[in-house]
Design a protein around this ligand. Sequence first.
Ligand SMILES: [Zn+2]
Length: 192
Amino acid sequence: MPGGYARAFEVEKDDIITVIDLEGGQIADFIAFNRNRLTECFSPSHTRLALQSTRLKVGDALRSNLRRPMIEVIEDTVGTHDFLIPACDEQRYWVDYGVREHRSCVANFEDALIPWEIPRKHIPDPLNIFENAAVGIEGTLVHLPVISKAGDRLVLKALMSLVCAVSACPMDLNLTGGERITDIRVVIERRT
Ligand SMILES: [Zn+2]
């Protein structure tokens, strides 16, 4: 994915999806839909409940809005991935920073998902791969700069056929996504 842009793609059950931070310090927003029932999608809130955690670890499953396991985490070289914070959209840049017509992950997803006719209102909250956020003492949301280095990766296994989209987040108005917008590589492997 070129820095600031998104792509969508289909995978089969048991395919391996590797998301790589090529230069370090880049957040990759990730969403997924059941390819055979597009109203079923990745759900951060259902995942938090199923895991009883706000942190992912190897062996965890991302859950759908129907509470079913969709994707398993099989390798992680970073350890910080967020599923508390919504994807950036036009309003994030306008309301919070006073900037109009900024690229955003939600607009990126909307464009990338046109071939599947998935409208904006059905785009779920994402897994923010490499984003470094957590719940702190007394419930505060702690939002820190990304710690991923060049070549760091999160490896996922599809537990059902999926439509996925990844956006190399265009946020450049705070340091949570690093100092520059850089490319993300996604590798899909089919193990037959
Ligand atoms: Zn974003």
